[in-house]
Design a protein around this ligand. Structure first.
Ligand SMILES: Nc1ncnc2c1ncn2[C@@H]1O[C@H](COP(=O)(O)OP(=O)(O)OP(=O)(O)O)[C@@H](O)[C@H]1O
Length: 227
């Protein structure tokens, strides 16, 4: 982290193959920020997130994420960057053949945790944060959609990330459950972890007004408005 800055992009051009998706991107996200990311399908939201988690490299301009220089990050450092970013994407769902506890243990072991007591304590700690301590032994199919999404958020919190990147985290949820999930993410941001949520759901944005970043016409607009 540089000061309070978690993500900082200066004059960055973002390409997919040879296609310029977003040009001259300037963006900053600080500790504890809660930010919406909007834009039509194909406008570049996922590409922007990919730059942040080191899946797309930067050639023009410069960028930092969680203390890593995105222009010069080495492939061996990318797993360490990813530990500082909690990722909540629709395609990063729970392993359906393992309990909640086993899902959490799986990620901890994969990210270098070895001490059994610390692993057990941390699993309970993150479940407590999302209000699901009692569901430790449940299988994913025994949980509602909203509860499963809470477990995904708990999993994203395991390595105490500086920011959570959430891509359509409420895409499959009913309106009330969507509000519960966003409220949880908002509370997480208030405890100091920045949160960036990509969404097409303007209703939920109106319910939780906050800074909006918009991808439009190959540009990123900071402090955008919704109609
Ligand atoms: N792997 C890829 N190779 C080439 N072009 C790509 C690739 N991934 C995305 N693109 C193109 O880059 C542009 C931006 O796509 P991106 O997925 O970032 O948009 P998005 O705003 O996230 O869309 P959605 O809301 O549908 O998820 C689109 O024109 C897309 O076709």
């Amino acid at each position: 982290m540089i000061g309070n800055s978690i993500i900082k992009l200066n004059n960055v051009d973002i390409f997919q193959q040879t296609h310029l998706v977003l040009s001259n991107v300037n963006l900053h996200i600080d500790k504890g920020d809660f930010v919406w990311l909007i834009g039509q399908t194909g406008s570049g939201k996922s590409s922007l997130l990919k730059v942040m988690y080191g899946d797309l490299t930067i050639n023009t301009g410069n960028g930092h994420a969680c203390g890593y220089d995105l222009n010069h990050i080495k492939s061996k450092d990318i797993p360490f960057l990813r530990r500082k970013l909690g990722i909540v994407f629709q395609d990063f769902q729970l392993l359906t053949d393992r309990s909640v506890e086993e899902n959490l243990r799986f990620v901890m072991r994969a990210t270098g945790w070895t001490d059994k007591k610390l692993i057990a304590d941390k699993a309970l700690d993150v479940l407590e944060k999302v209000g699901l301590r009692s569901k430790l032994k449940k299988m994913p199919h025994e949980l509602s959609g909203g509860e499963q999404q809470r477990v995904v958020i708990a999993r994203a919190l395991l390595n105490d990330p500086e920011i959570i990147l959430a891509d359509e985290p409420t895409g499959n949820l009913d309106p009330d459950t969507s509000e519960e999930i966003v409220l949880l993410l908002k509370q997480i941001s208030q405890s100091g972890t920045a949160v960036l949520i990509a969404t097409h759901d303007y209703h939920i944005i109106r319910t939780f007004p906050s800074r909006i970043i918009k991808c439009e016409n190959s540009k990123v607009l900071e402090d955008a408005k919704i109609a």
